[in-house]
Design a protein around this ligand. Structure first.
Ligand SMILES: Nc1ncnc2c1ncn2[C@@H]1O[C@H](COP(=O)(O)OP(=O)(O)OP(=O)(O)O)[C@@H](O)[C@H]1O
Length: 257
């Protein structure tokens, strides 16, 4: 049986006065790409952050079979890479220095960047095609260019588990396709990818879909499974329909009558 890269049990999160996740039970298998989808406000970002230990939560979270609190911080930072939604960055930092931040968990406090760190930065920037503007400040880049730098920072960690919230924001279709290829390579190497995606057509390209609704898991299953498609239509109140087009699944919005 496939080992869970991430597992949560009894996961509850309160934000302000409200409980937004209500006792989630999930096991996300290693070596696969899972997309989180669901209506606005369903709790996708909150779940991703709770899995990454970025906000306080009740219940248990396990990363690669080990309870999250038992991970030494630097070791966990090498095991799990994070790409957040609309991240505010240090606008004056050069793109290559932003990507180098992904190497911090690998560096000694006083040692500085090694040859391996520089090689990892270059490989990640070439993979997301942003090496050419490595000496430009982050604040001077367009939305899509910036997103590719932030993706490169996450890739430079070389972590087995990659969590991404809206990774396709600002990316044009060719770069969305490149992102799909990056995720598939990561998974082919045995890595795990978990991403929140609003583009349901792209979420349907994942291995598995977790559908959230009102802070609960409405469905978890293979993205190509008809039962997943029915659940997808249901969580979106039948305002979308899943169709097969040219050997792929696509989701089309349904207009209100
Ligand atoms: N800081 C906060 N204080 C109170 N409630 C919050 C806070 N942040 C988020 N929420 C609420 O928690 C719920 C879940 O938010 P979350 O961002 O996880 O949803 P989401 O599924 O990612 O939504 P979207 O598709 O709109 O990005 C929403 O109802 C949101 O209004």
């Amino acid at each position: 049986m496939n080992v869970a890269a991430l597992r949560c049990s009894g996961l509850c999160v309160r934000l302000g006065e409200r409980e937004v996740l209500h006792g989630l039970e999930l096991a996300l298998p290693a070596g696969r790409w899972t997309a989180l989808a669901g209506p606005n406000g369903a709790g996708k970002t909150t779940l991703l952050k709770a899995l990454a230990q970025l906000l306080p939560a009740q219940g248990q979270v396990e990363l690669l079979g080990r309870p999250a609190p038992q991970w030494p911080v630097r070791e966990r930072a090498r095991a799990l890479a994070w790409l957040g939604q609309a991240e505010a960055g240090a606008e004056d930092l050069l793109a290559q220095d932003v990507v180098m931040l992904g190497r911090l968990p690998h560096q000694d406090w006083l040692g500085g960047a090694s040859g391996a760190d520089h090689a990892a930065v270059r490989a990640a920037m070439e993979e997301t095609q942003c090496w050419d503007w490595r000496t430009r400040p982050l604040g001077s880049l367009s939305g899509g260019e910036r997103q590719r730098v932030l993706l490169a920072r996450a890739l430079a960690v070389q972590a087995p588990v990659l969590l991404m919230d809206e990774p396709l924001a600002h990316l044009d279709p060719p770069h969305q396709a490149d992102w799909l290829a990056i995720v598939r390579r990561h998974v082919a190497r045995g890595g795990t990818a978990v991403s929140v995606l609003h583009e349901i057509g792209l979420a349907l390209q994942a291995d598995d879909l977790v559908l959230l609704q009102d802070g609960r898991v409405a469905h978890h299953g293979p993205a190509g499974d008809p039962a997943t498609h029915r659940a997808l239509e249901s969580v979106f109140a039948h305002r979308l329909q899943v169709h097969a087009v040219a050997g792929r699944w696509v989701a089309l919005p349904v207009e209100e009558r």
